[in-house]
Design a protein around this ligand. Structure first.
Ligand code: SF4
Ligand code: SF4
Length: 76
């Protein structure tokens, strides 16, 4: 599996900071709402994620976890 983020949907308050911060523009506020009634953030194109963690660092509610793909080992 490649780089990706996981949003804790019920922590998210739909502020959109992660959306504007992502340099790849692959985070959006989704159509679904969470328990608090907010449209929570979703990653739309995980294949383009560079695991820079900008979204996670920016989130005031610490709702985002970034998973970086393990490096491929070179054959010897
Ligand atoms: S880790 Fe970086 S590239 Fe990936 S979704 Fe977050 S801000 Fe965007
Ligand atoms: S920055 Fe955090 S609280 Fe704001 S929309 Fe993104 S995940 Fe939700």
């Amino acid at each position: 599996m490649g780089n990706r983020i996981e949003v804790d949907r019920d922590r998210c308050k739909g502020c959109g900071l992660c959306v504007v911060t992502c340099p790849r523009q692959i985070v959006e506020l989704g159509k679904e709402i969470n328990l608090k009634g907010y449209h929570y953030a979703v990653q739309v194109d995980a294949d383009r994620c560079i695991a820079c963690k900008m979204c996670a660092v920016t989130c005031p509610d610490v709702a985002i976890t970034v998973y970086k793909a393990p490096k491929k080992r070179r054959a010897v």
